[in-house]
Design a protein around this ligand. Structure first.
Ligand SMILES: [Zn+2]
Length: 322
């Protein structure tokens, strides 16, 4: 039996948790599916990452309505990936905020990414027909933006490249609560198909320096308490470093992608193979790591066709993985 493409065999629904992390911060988490963060300010609400479709976003809106009647005025996109941003229209926000780099990625590769991700994750795009098109930021920033929702200060920080070129985290300094987007995962495999492996660990070091007391990762349960927060960041850093080290070795030895993939899979599976979407991520992760190790500074655009070709070229290179 060939291994099913990407996450096409992953059809089991996940349970949703909605929990209060600090005075103004809530986490909407989904057992390893993409998370959403919520900040309730004095007069308005901010949603951080939207879910994949407007229909799926309605579930977030229902949870928000259970704790406040304030309007959802702001949507923040931590990065450009379709599974995070295409539900935005459901919130009818006043502003959709992202880094300028994220805006640039939507211009450059948003269309291709939407088609690629919908094929990779059919379950995560429930009611994909409700997506009105790409989500366009209405406000962009470089480096840092501060919002003041009454007495609550919210910092949007672009601390470096990692999961993508445009990664933004949302930081509540008064409550030491961090919404990391996919820069940090917990119990879930970091997706590295658009990553900057050389930069990612230093960006994580910058998150460590914030000394968060709560972290909402991109996937996985909310991390409560400083120790859990640091452990989540450290686990992501280890995965990124271990993967890139394995691939760099293979590239330095002149090996072809298929052989590098088999070796990296074997090296990482004992430690990380239980993390959700490991099988899904590894072909894309190793492909990007191979490019970066070979000197390609920027990730290539993924298209639905390129996804399939890669999958087929690596299929069968793992003994017993079918
Ligand atoms: Zn992502």
């Amino acid at each position: 039996m060939p291994k099913a493409f990407a996450s096409q065999a992953d059809l089991a629904e996940k349970a949703i948790s909605f929990e209060r992390l600090s005075e103004h911060a809530y986490a909407y988490t989904t057992e390893g599916d993409p998370n959403t963060g919520i900040v309730v300010g004095d007069d308005a609400v901010m949603v951080i990452d939207t879910q994949a479709t407007p229909v799926m976003a309605q579930e977030v809106i229902r949870r928000v309505a259970s704790v406040t009647t304030k309007p959802i005025a702001y949507v923040v996109l931590t990065h450009y990936h379709a599974v995070r941003v295409l539900g935005a229209s459901a919130y009818k926000p006043q502003q959709v905020i992202s880094s300028q780099d994220t805006h640039d990625l939507i211009v450059e590769r948003g269309e291709a990414d939407m088609k690629s991700e919908i094929e990779r994750f059919p379950r995560l795009f429930r009611a994909a027909e409700s997506i009105p098109g790409l989500t366009w930021p209405t406000l962009t920033f470089r480096g840092e933006m501060r919002l003041h929702l009454g007495s609550l200060e919210i910092r949007l920080l672009q601390l470096g490249r990692g999961h993508t070129k445009g990664d933004t985290v949302v930081w509540l300094p008064q409550e030491k609560t961090l919404f990391s987007g996919d820069l940090v995962e917990f119990g879930a495999t970091p997706y590295c198909g658009d990553a900057y492996f050389t930069d990612w660990p230093a960006t994580l070091d910058a998150l460590t320096s914030l000394e968060p007391e709560n972290v909402v990762p991109g996937r996985g349960a909310a991390l409560r308490g400083g120790d859990a927060a640091q452990a989540g960041i450290a686990g992501t850093r280890s995965f990124v470093r271990d993967l890139f080290a394995a691939v760099q070795e293979g590239v330095a030895a002149g090996k072809i992608l298929r052989d590098v993939y088999a070796a990296a899979y074997e090296r990482l599976a004992p430690t990380y193979g239980k993390w959700v979407i490991f099988e899904h991520c590894m072909p894309f992760n190793v492909s990007r790591a191979y490019d970066e190790a070979a000197g390609y500074r920027d990730p290539r655009v993924w298209t639905a066709q390129r996804d399939r070709e890669l999958w087929q070229s690596l299929e069968g290179s793992i003994a017993g993985a079918s």
